[in-house]
Design a protein around this ligand. Structure first.
Ligand code: NAD
Length: 306
């Protein structure tokens, strides 16, 4: 993959950042710290207040107000349906970005959205003179705080390059391809991540019942060929200590798996393992709730009966 080069001037860009949650808060914070002009908006006004008092930037009280003052919008929202609603509204009376955004404005969707929906949204926005880039991220809250996220960029390449210096404040950029490609790469990455975490959780459970200490198995796997990001960065840190506090919700992981299988469908790929993985995560979501931390999948696997 090609790492991109830097571009846009801080004086010409006015950023509107929507979604100041677990990820958006540190990401928008880096933009403010790097000297970009940033206005934030979230339906949870308390998050907006605590962001501006701790990190600076300005606050907007509606999407239309945010849009009037911005020429680049960044969205870091739960899913692509919400991004679409925020951008276009659902009914004519809805608060939305298109009511205020100037022609020539750009929306950069950093949420993990549905790749096919992103292409549709791009078409609908272009009819209103607004461009769309997808730039979802991997690296979790830890990567967001450290500004070391992997940012997977899709869309018009020249446009993406013009906004690269903005993205550079949050992590490493990888141009993936046409609009929606970043979102496709992201959900496929999360499929591999979700499968790896579930596989390790099953292995730890079997090991424990066989009389092997779970941490010992993790240590062995981490020195062996079975190691993955979950064995290295999740078991000791969030699971075996009972904390389950990685900051990434189980429902969001189940959503990403669903989207990955939708892309597989669109590309006529059976993806048998992916579908079995999705079933397991859906069952876990039903049992523990979507708001639970995604590392709770290990607890769910532990409590399952044959
Ligand atoms: P979060 O729930 O902590 O944050 C989402 C924010 O969006 C919340 O503050 C919520 O109030 C706000 N929001 C919801 N609807 C809104 C609307 N209509 N208008 C304005 N604000 C609205 O979620 P998060 O963990 O920060 O994840 C955000 C996105 O990043 C998701 O798509 C997720 O899949 C993805 N992601 C998360 C992680 C992680 O580790 N948490 C890692 C990579 C990618």
């Amino acid at each position: 993959m090609v790492q991109m080069t830097s571009g846009a001037s801080k004086d010409a860009v006015r950023v509107g950042f929507i979604g100041i949650g677990n990820m958006g808060n540190p990401m928008a914070g880096h933009l403010v710290k790097a000297g970009w002009k940033v206005t934030v908006y979230d339906t949870d006004s308390e998050k907006v207040r605590s962001f501006t008092s701790a990190k600076g930037g300005s606050a907007a009280s509606s999407l239309a107000e945010l849009a009037k003052d911005a020429n680049v919008i960044i969205t870091m929202l739960p899913d692509g349906h919400i991004v679409r609603r925020v951008a276009l509204g659902k009914n004519s009376g809805d608060d939305s970005l298109v009511k205020g955004l100037p022609k020539g404005a750009v929306i950069i969707d950093m949420s993990s959205s549905a790749p096919v929906g992103t292409r549709e949204l791009g078409k609908d926005l272009s009819e209103r003179g607004v461009s769309l880039i997808d730039a979802p991220v991997s690296g979790g809250v830890k990567g967001a705080v450290a500004a070391t996220l992997a940012i997977m960029v899709g869309g018009d390449k020249a446009l993406a390059e013009r906004h690269d210096s903005l993205l550079a404040a949050m992590g490493r950029r990888f141009y993936v391809g046409a609009l929606g490609s970043g979102h496709a790469a992201k959900v496929l990455n999360n499929y591999v991540s979700a499968a790896g975490l579930a596989a390790a959780a099953e292995a730890v459970l079997v090991a424990e019942r066989f009389g092997i200490d779970p941490q010992t198995l993790i240590n062995v796997i981490n020195a062996s060929t079975g190691r993955n990001n979950s064995t290295e960065n999740k078991f000791a840190q969030f699971i075996l200590n009972g904390k389950f506090n990685s900051g990434f919700a189980l429902g969001l992981m189940a959503k990403d798996l669903t989207l990955a299988m939708e892309v597989a469908d669109a590309c006529d790929v059976p993806a048998e393992l992916g579908r079995a993985t999705l079933e397991l995560w859906k069952k876990a979501e039903q049992a523990v709730g979507g708001a639970a931390d995604h590392t709770e999948i290990a607890r769910f696997v532990n409590e399952q009966k044959i």
